[in-house]
Ligand binder design. Structure first.
Ligand SMILES: Cc1cc2nc3c(=O)[nH]c(=O)nc-3n(C[C@H](O)[C@H](O)[C@H](O)COP(=O)(O)OP(=O)(O)OC[C@H]3O[C@@H](n4cnc5c(N)ncnc54)[C@H](O)[C@@H]3O)c2cc1C
Length: 347
C-alpha cells in the first residue's frame, strides 16, 4: 500500500495551500475532504466578496475557491472528496493509519489537521428529501446566484444571512418572501430596516406547515405557512428556496483516536506557533489550530500551512532544509514557470 509523505485532512484554504506547498517541498500528498466539494467554509459564503487576502482583487468567495483549488493541484496531489476521516492510529513501523467513511485505509508518514472547526452539516429542514438531501430548487449555502434572478424566492430564517440574502435579492428577484418563526429578526439594525422597508414580503411568527412538490417529487412548487397568533394559513408559490437555518458543527476529532489527540473548547487543537501538536508527526493548522497570536482568517491559514509543511518535511527528513528556499523549488518548478512566463509574454 502506498505510504504518503503528507496526508491533509480537510480541503479548506489551509488544506489546499498545504497541498501546493507540500509539492514545492517535493513531498507526495493526499487531501481527504468530508464534503463532496473543496473550499471548506468558503462554501458557506460563496457569493460574499473576499477582499482582505493579500494580492488578489476583491472577488466572490466561490471564485476564490477556484484559484485555491487550481493552485492546490499544481503538483498533482491525490484528492479524495466525500470521505470523512473517522479513525487515526500509529503503527509499529512509525507510519500513521487512517480509516474513512468509505471503509478505506490509508498510510502516511505525517498528518496535517486542516479540519477547520470540524464538519458542517446543514441543520435538518423540511426542505430535504427522505434521504436527507436538499430538494432540487433548495439552496443551503447559496451557490447558484444566477438561478435566483427574476424568480419567486422563498427565504426561511431570520438571522443575518437570511436578511442579507433578502436584501441582496430584492432588487433582482421577481419576488422575495422572508419567513421566520420568531417575533423579530436577528441582524444589524440597518439591515432589518432595509428588509422591512417594502421590497421584501416579511412574514414573522410563521410556521412552515406544508409543501407542494412537483410530480417527480424533486422540486418544491409551493409552501404553506401558518401565523402563530392568528392561525391564518397562506400558500406561497415558489421557484427557488433558500434555507438559512444554520449548520451543525461537529468535531469529535475521529471516532477512534488512538494517538491521544485532544480538542479544547470543542473545536481547537493546541499547537506551537509552528503548528506542532503534542503528537510528533501530526500538525494542526488554519482554523483548527490555537496558539498565542493565531489569526483565524484565510491569510492566517497560509502562514500556518507553510510552517506545517516545513515541519512535516523536517519530521520525515531531519537533514532537509528547515525552510523551503527558492533554490529548493527551482528545479521542480522550472517547466511550470517557463510555461507561465510564455503565456504572460504572449498576452
Ligand atoms: C461567514 C464567514 C465569512 C468569512 N469571511 C472571511 C473573509 O472575508 N476573509 C477571511 O480572511 N476569512 C473569512 N472567514 C474565515 C475563513 O473562512 C476561515 O478562516 C477559513 O475558511 C479557515 O480555513 P480552514 O481550511 O482552516 O478551515 P475550513 O475552511 O473550515 O475547512 C475545513 C475543512 O475540513 C473538512 N473536515 C473537517 N473534519 C474532517 C474529517 N474528519 N475528514 C475530512 N474532512 C474534514 C471540512 O469539511 C472543511 O471542508 C469567514 C468565515 C465565515 C464563517
Amino acid at each position: 500500500m502506498e505510504v504518503y509523505d503528507v496526508t491533509i485532512i480537510g480541503g479548506g484554504p489551509a488544506g489546499l495551500y498545504s497541498s501546493f506547498y507540500s509539492g514545492l517541498r517535493a513531498m507526495n500528498v493526499q487531501i481527504i475532504e468530508a464534503q463532496p466539494y473543496l473550499g471548506g467554509k468558503l462554501n458557506l459564503y460563496s457569493e460574499k466578496i473576499v477582499w482582505d487576502v493579500g494580492g488578489i482583487p476583491p472577488m466572490p468567495a466561490g471564485q476564490f475557491i477556484q484559484h485555491l483549488v487550481n493552485q492546490a493541484k499544481t503538483f498533482q496531489p491525490t484528492i479524495r472528496n466525500g470521505e470523512k476521516v473517522t479513525s487515526l492510529k500509529k503503527r509499529a513501523d512509525g507510519n500513521f493509519q487512517l480509516e474513512t467513511t468509505k471503509g478505506k485505509t490509508y498510510l502516511t508518514k505525517t498528518i496535517l489537521l486542516a479540519m477547520g472547526n470540524g464538519t458542517l452539516d446543514p441543520s435538518p429542514t423540511p426542505f430535504f428529501t427522505n434521504k436527507g438531501e436538499p430538494l432540487k430548487n433548495v439552496q443551503i449555502a447559496v451557490t447558484d446566484f444566477e438561478a435566483l434572478k427574476q424568480k419567486r424566492v422563498f427565504i426561511s430564517g431570520g438571522g443575518q444571512s437570511a436578511i442579507d440574502w433578502a436584501n441582496t435579492l430584492a432588487p433582482i428577484a421577481k419576488e422575495v418572501t422572508l419567513v421566520y418563526r420568531r417575533e423579530a429578526f436577528k441582524a444589524h439594525e440597518s439591515e432589518i430596516e432595509r428588509v422591512t422597508s417594502g421590497l421584501v414580503k416579511c412574514k414573522l411568527q410563521a410556521d412552515l406547515v406544508d409543501k407542494k412538490l412537483s410530480a417527480d417529487g424533486k422540486i418544491i412548487e409551493a409552501i404553506t405557512i401558518r401565523n402563530k397568533e392568528t392561525a391564518e394559513e397562506e400558500m406561497i408559490l415558489v421557484d427557488e428556496v433558500i434555507v438559512c437555518h444554520g449548520f451543525n458543527q461537529k468535531n469529535e476529532l475521529f471516532e477512534q483516536n488512538d494517538v491521544g489527540l485532544e480538542v479544547f473548547n470543542e473545536y481547537y487543537v493546541e499547537t506551537t506557533p509552528q503548528t506542532k501538536t503534542a503528537i510528533p508527526g501530526i500538525f494542526a493548522l488554519g482554523d483548527a489550530a490555537s496558539y498565542s497570536g493565531k489569526v483565524h482568517l484565510i491569510a492566517g491559514t497560509f502562514h500556518d500551512a507553510i510552517n506545517a509543511v516545513n515541519a512535516a518535511k523536517l519530521y520525515i527528513d531531519p537533514k532537509a532544509d528547515a525552510i523551503g528556499t527558492v533554490s529548493t523549488y527551482a528545479d521542480k518548478l522550472k517547466p511550470k514557470v517557463a510555461k507561465i512566463w510564455e503565456q504572460y509574454t504572449t498576452e
